[in-house]
Design a protein around this ligand. Structure first.
Ligand SMILES: Cc1cc2nc3c(=O)[nH]c(=O)nc-3n(C[C@H](O)[C@H](O)[C@H](O)COP(=O)(O)OP(=O)(O)OC[C@H]3O[C@@H](n4cnc5c(N)ncnc54)[C@H](O)[C@@H]3O)c2cc1C
Length: 515
């Protein structure tokens, strides 16, 4: 098997890079050890940054964010909810930061407008009524799972191959250059070799270990961030605290829930495969979060989770907040004398398209071809302006919202019944996910459809879903295993928040689903 490019890692960076490479005409392979979005791309806020958060400390990052924010609203309209955002100042914050913040936003090209606190409270009644200042910015909410899926679908439609559930165990280094990767499939007993002219590492925090094994050192600092999901949308807009970035100062509405985060702590590399939020992190997030939106104190928490930012540092000290979230593109031929290998990491979900463009530009230079990047102009699958209308069948409306025109590929004549009521997911959508994304279990299905991500977290629907999925996969006996695995996964997120309503829900789930 031989490719022009092999991309390692099916997070948003790898997915966007696969799309750009395929659109430039390169024979492309994307390899992911698990499902898409298994890393940081499935464990973040889902905030489409306006750049406001970086305006004061990182002008370049802020400019990249606002540019990409505008592009993604256009090319990924079904993944982005234009909620807009507020940066609020509390009495203890004072207004000095706000004045500088607005000036820096404007320098970076971000439309930041100070508004009267009364007007802010009218726009967003959930925020702390004691605010002394507010600034409106073009933040938005973005669904990372949908965005990654759309990039991968488009890559495939431009000829890319995608190999999920295959781990890259090593890079093939022969005659002083990287010539490919050695992969081990989940169900395989032996590895296979796949060759390419260039290998791109887009494996998030796991990039460092892969590069190290090929003799290349990249100083990466795993920075853990914990987040909490609340059972409904407490606010309509993204709410940020107008101060130097700190813990729990962002609340993002996403689909039917709200996400509060985050923390920033340096963690050992070996722990990155098993990330979960701790009760201490939850306590800290809540203590700070209620300053933003007081009703969070009494809102049902549905779970907590954590992800690791793939930050690259010259100096491995500090907690990660002061380390740049900047894009890092490394040409290892130039940097380390190892041809055939490129690394793309750092950055953000918001800037992944740009990271992909930079990588594909470098590949064009290496291959000696002159092909323009078109990813900022061409809409992603599903972003075709198709919106749910009143006359659409009721069971199709949520799917249209999620997948836009892609919904035409779902066969509703054979699967109209709604299985997940919170997110209105039908059997037809489950079949679509199985056919297009190689779903193997309910956790995979969750990433591609939002099944179990809503208010009931699967308590009511998971058995029906398990039976339907097992049927689609052609083995009804799998249903019980699916339920057990799914509940086990849910427990991880519920354990640090097991009190009050969450505990009641946990007991309910236990009684209903004890097998
Ligand atoms: C708590 C938190 C909150 C954040 N909030 C935001 C936000 O609101 N907005 C924003 O713009 N950004 C946000 N970010 C940043 C953003 O999530 C990341 O920058 C981005 O998701 C990184 O994507 P990636 O594809 O580079 O890495 P990842 O998503 O980590 O993907 C790497 C992939 O590589 C795979 N992989 C690893 N090793 C191998 C191997 N050996 N073989 C094959 N595959 C392999 C992994 O399974 C994984 O899927 C946040 C990050 C964190 C941690």
């Amino acid at each position: 098997m031989e490719y022009d490019v092999i991309i390692v890692g099916g997070g948003i960076t790898g997915a966007a890079t696969a799309r750009d490479c395929a659109m430039r005409g390169f024979k492309t392979l994307l390899v992911e050890r698990g499902d898409l979005c298994d890393g940081a791309s499935g464990r973040n806020h889902g905030l489409l940054h306006s750049g406001g958060r970086y305006a004061v400390t990182d002008r370049e990052g802020a400019e990249e964010c606002i540019r990409e924010n505008r592009i993604l609203r256009r090319i990924a309209s079904n993944c982005v909810e234009p909620t807009e955002g507020l940066f609020i100042s509390l009495p203890e914050d004072g207004l000095d930061y706000q004045a500088n913040f607005i000036a820096k936003c404007r320098e970076a090209g971000i439309d930041a407008k100070a508004i009267d606190p009364k007007e802010a409270l009218r726009l967003e009644p959930a925020i702390n009524p004691s605010i002394i200042g507010a600034v409106k910015v073009p933040d938005a909410s973005v669904d990372p799972f949908r965005l990654t899926d759309a990039n991968v679908l488009d890559a495939q439609r431009h000829g890319a191959d995608v190999l999920k559930f295959h781990k890259v165990v090593s890079l093939i280094v022969e005659e002083g250059r990287v010539k490919g990767v050695e992969v081990l499939g989940h169900n395989d007993v032996s590895t296979k070799k796949i060759y390419a002219r260039e290998v791109v590492l887009a494996a998030g925090i796991w990039t460092a270990a892969l590069a190290e094994a090929a003799g290349v050192h990249i100083g990466m600092m795993p920075s853990k961030g914990a987040l909490i999901i609340f059972g409904h949308r407490v606010a309509r807009m993204v709410i940020n605290r107008c101060r130097k970035p700190a813990n729990a100062d962002i609340l993002v509405p996403g689909d039917v829930v709200s996400v509060l985060g985050t923390t920033s702590d340096k963690v050992p590399l070996e722990t990155c495969d098993d990330m979960h939020a701790t009760p201490e992190e939850v306590e800290l997030l809540l203590r700070e979060g209620v300053q933003l939106v007081p009703s969070l104190a009494t809102t049902r928490i549905i779970r907590a989770y954590a992800g690791v930012r793939p930050l690259v540092v010259a100096d491995n000290s500090g907690d990660g907040r002061s380390v740049s979230r900047g894009i890092v593109l490394l040409d290892h031929e130039e940097r380390d004398g190892l041809p055939g290998l490129i690394t793309i990491t750092g950055g953000k979900l918001t800037t992944a398209r740009l990271m992909a463009e930079m990588t594909a530009d470098l590949l064009c230079r290496k291959f000696g071809v002159n092909r323009r990047c078109e990813t900022a102009e061409k809409p992603l699958p599903g972003s075709d302006g198709r919106k749910a209308r009143f006359e659409d069948p009721v069971e199709q409306r949520a799917a249209i919202g999620r997948h836009g025109g892609e919904v035409s590929k779902m066969d509703f004549s054979q699967g109209r019944e709604v299985l997940c009521e919170c997110e209105q997911v039908t059997r037809a959508e489950i079949r679509y996910a199985v056919q297009h994304f190689g779903v193997r279990n309910i956790s995979d299905l969750r990433r591609h459809t939002r099944i179990g991500m809503g208010t009931c977290q699967g308590s009511f629907c998971i058995r029906k879903v398990a039976v339907a999925l097992a049927g689609e996969l052609g083995d009804p006996s799998l249903a019980d295993t699916f339920v057990k695995e799914y509940l086990q996964e849910r427990w991880k997120g519920m354990t640090p928040v097991l009190w009050g309503d969450t505990l009641r829900e946990g007991e309910y789930m236990h009684k209903v689903h004890s097998l």
